[in-house]
Design a protein around this ligand. Structure first.
Ligand SMILES: Nc1ncnc2c1ncn2[C@@H]1O[C@H](COP(=O)(O)OP(=O)(O)O)[C@@H](O)[C@H]1O
Ligand SMILES: [Mg+2]
Ligand SMILES: [Zn+2]
Length: 508
């Protein structure tokens, strides 16, 4: 029979999909056969914590008890995974064995993975974890030093960074002040987005990109190689408005879970730009993996741009997997213990060559007509129905154009910002931010256009050249064109132009 001798209680925070939950960790030392058990629905990655915690304690000049050690994580029914509980488990054992003091533990959460030698390793998801801890009433957090800049982005919680388990023990004993920074994390990384001024010629494609930016519309660019498709796509974030403060925190939290934040300047303030290779798998695009599922490209692009370069090279299944996130603005990621839902509201930009052989001059194409048709045909159907703007780019015929400097991103971005503001003002009372968010029913009833302006759409519908969803999307695009020219309501020209943008560049 074992007899309870002592208890250590420490708080940590765990991430379940995107929700942070405070976890209470209790170490229980009893005089039985020496052993180490973790209870409380811990997954395998957590079970590996045993080796890390035991080694880290022993290699920090402390002593892991040669008794029966049970660490319980509560609430037990919460799925818990990852290595972020290591530090709290080690401290709980040290408290239970009288090797660490408890005064500073009240109101404190501890987060961090331990290396075998007792050092603290940086941990994914610190920003959302601390937001959760703060909302649960905690006022202090101990995190790995590398995560301090990210942790201080959370207001209302005092942050201390530690390099090792011994640092934490010394801090608990009142012998050490932990590292902190006061605003380092808030100064964003300087933007590295290239400028629109580098793009020579291609006025139609430049304008299409501006329209896409103004209304957050999805866009497809087709054309032979080497004419600036990739160049233009990479410049889209530079003409989009900067993220608002709340968007910025939201995006930073996702990038934190993805483990892609820069350590020193973690706050993301410009719309993200994510460009997966055309060989990317569905898991890479949508996210997944065991334990704390990693956000995929669609979530890393949340509030920003997802660029699929040479998208006709992607598998149809991979392309089709984008339909659900495009429709919902979230993505459901399958995990062993159910599904996780991550945010995934992004602007899609696609580029494609007209055919697989992709010659610089179309006359040199060696593909059969069937191959040519199939190549872009892959892009038809439900995915293409969601692409509002299609632009077919041609090689510049006039060499004089090649010396002409294009407008800068600042100039184009100012027009985009103005158009966005006009849309925001108009929809404000209804809770929509951009034209793309306006529901179809509102477009068709309350904000119905004059009969004259509706005529082109009605005839497209009658001729089967557009689906009902396509008609709604064309209306949204017409509103964006109106906002860009400073009008009050789409006229027949805006509608015709919107329909042309949908119709062009299909390569057929
Ligand atoms: N319109 C353009 N203006 C300036 N440079 C261009 C333009 N189009 C192509 N280039 C040059 O050619 C290179 C390849 O362009 P890229 O955008 O990758 O072409 P694409 O994606 O259409 O194949 C660019 O890095 C740039 O140096
Ligand atoms: Mg390219
Ligand atoms: Zn070809």
């Amino acid at each position: 029979m074992s007899v309870v001798t002592d208890l250590g209680r420490v708080h940590s925070v765990g991430l379940n999909a995107f929700a942070a939950d405070v976890v209470e960790i209790q170490a229980n030392i009893s005089s039985g056969l020496p052993g180490f058990r973790i209870s409380g629905s811990a997954d395998t990655s957590l079970k590996e914590a045993k080796e890390r915690v035991r080694a880290a304690v022993n290699n920090s000049g402390l002593k892991f008890p040669e008794k029966q050690v049970t660490v319980a994580l509560a609430p037990a029914n919460l799925p818990k995974s990852g290595a972020g509980f290591d530090l709290a488990m080690a401290v709980a054992v040290l408290v239970a064995t009288g090797q660490a003091l408890t005064t500073l533990l009240s109101g404190t959460v501890m987060i961090g993975e331990l290396a075998l030698d007792g050092r603290l390793r940086s941990t994914r998801g610190v920003l959302p974890l601390l937001l959760g801890a703060r909302d649960a009433g905690f006022t202090r957090a101990v995190v790995p030093t590398e995560n301090v800049a990210e942790a201080v982005l959370v207001d209302g919680i005092e942050v201390g960074g530690a390099d090792s388990l011994s640092d934490v023990v010394a801090w608990l004993a009142g012998n050490l002040v932990l590292d902190t920074v006061h605003d380092g994390g808030r100064t964003p990384e300087p933007s590295s987005v290239p400028d629109m001024t580098d793009v020579v010629g291609q006025p139609a494609a430049r304008h299409a990109l501006e329209v896409a930016a103004a209304g957050a519309h999805h866009i497809l660019m087709t054309g032979p190689p080497g004419i600036g498709k990739t160049m233009l796509a990479c410049r889209l974030p530079g003409i989009l408005p900067r993220l608002s403060h709340s968007e910025s925190l939201e995006v930073t939290a996702i990038h934190s879970v993805a483990g892609i934040l820069p350590a020193h300047r973690p706050l993301v303030v410009t719309p993200p730009f994510v460009a997966p290779h055309h060989s990317a798998s569905i898991t890479a695009l949508l996210g997944g993996g065991t334990g704390m599922a990693r956000p995929g490209a669609v979530s890393r692009a949340h509030r920003g741009v997802l660029f699929l370069d040479e998208c006709a090279e992607m598998g149809s299944k991979v392309l089709d997997s984008l339909r659900q996130p495009l429709e919902d603005g979230t993505v459901r990621v399958a995990r062993r213990d159910g599904t996780a839902v991550y945010p995934a509201r992004f602007q899609l930009i696609l580029s494609a060559n007209p055919c697989p052989c992709a010659p610089v001059n179309d006359v040199d194409c060696v593909c059969t007509s069937i191959v040519r048709r199939r190549y872009l045909g892959k892009l038809s159907g439900p995915l293409m129905d969601r692409i509002d703007i299609r632009v077919q780019m041609e090689p510049p015929g006039d060499t004089a154009l090649m010396t002409e400097q294009g407008e800068s991103s600042a100039v184009v971005g100012a027009r985009v910002a103005q158009a966005r503001e006009a849309a925001r003002d108009r929809w404000r009372d209804h809770g929509w931010m951009t034209n793309t968010e306006v529901p179809g029913s509102a477009l068709r009833r309350r904000f119905r256009l004059a009969p004259e302006a509706m005529k082109p759409i009605e005839s497209f519908l009658r001729e089967g050249r557009i689906t009902a969803r396509g008609a709604d999307r064309a209306l949204r695009l017409a509103w964006t064109l109106t906002d860009l020219r400073g009008g009050t309501s789409p006229d027949v020209d805006d509608v015709v132009q919107a329909l042309m943008y949908r119709d062009r560049g299909s390569g057929r």
